[in-house]
Design a binder for this molecule. Sequence first.
Ligand SMILES: [Zn+2]
Ligand SMILES: [Zn+2]
Length: 360
Amino acid sequence: MLGRASVLVKPNQLETWDVEIADPEPGGALVSIVLGGVCGSDVHILTGEAGEMPFPIILGHEGIGRIEKLGAGGTTDYAGEELKAGDLVYWSPIALCHRCYSCNVLDETPCENTRFFEDASKPNWGSYADYAWLPNGMPFYRLPDNAQPEAVAALGCALPTALRGFDRCGPIRLGETVVVQGAGPVGLSAILIAAQAGAREIVVIDGSPIRLEAARTLGATVAIGLDVLPDERRRMVYDCVGRNGPNVVVEAAGVLRAFPEGVDLTGNHGRYIILGLWGAIGTQPISPRDLTIKNLTIGGATFPKPKHYYQALHLAVALQDRLPLRALVSHRFGVAGAGEALALTKSGKTIKAVIDPTVS
Ligand SMILES: [Zn+2]
Ligand SMILES: [Zn+2]
């Protein structure tokens, strides 16, 4: 059997290939792709900014698929739910080895033996494709019957990433005040989680009017544009949350200059959680004394664990009728339209684009 796949042959060279689709291995599954999420990090992979990749690779690490075949002996998903052909699943794209220091001693991700990509000619879990072959150990979870796939795909891997960040750096507590730098999918996810956790004020800072509007629909109480200068932004934040400053600041902007501003914005005894600077290589000056004077905690997190994908799935389904999650999926492209999808994502003119193989 053959299926189409969007293959990155080398940086900036994307081709649509017909690839051989293999039967699943024991513990794994073969799924037909329903939605493949287009992620900001895919743009960095496309251009080569994300570093050396084992080209050629099939792009896409966010997916919802329909079970075509389960590997021998498989009757459940990775949370023990019964599963059969035709069911929809959402997966964590990182198979853990369970044979390394991070997996077995620290109980942390990333696993030291993780393979993010496989050669496009081999069985492959890239989601910009007609099919994904999920290997043994790549956790997949059944979507509840009432789930809206678009609501689950809307925030992509950003929702598990934000859940991972709060898990690592401390959850939002009832009545806390929060500032979120950046309203891309990671920032929107942080806003959603903060609102659901009972934050009193959630201030969002971003340059895009459509993103600020989306932030409001998910629970932001104050939106500040980047046309407002930093000193004025600080005044507006402190006017909103009070003279002690925000309890939590989340960096989801992905630009280096957000870092010193975030340290400065974070209130006394506050926490500053770094999620967006994954792809931003470089340094920035801060005053270390601020950390002692204000008793700050600064933490970062990356690579969600399987449980964060499970939590994200069920959080999205629980909220799908109360929040306009589905509406965040603003653009759909077929497998052959992946280049266009990535260009649009790079332009910032979309909230979430998806690959939908039924689109021709
Ligand atoms: Zn491992
Ligand atoms: Zn992603």
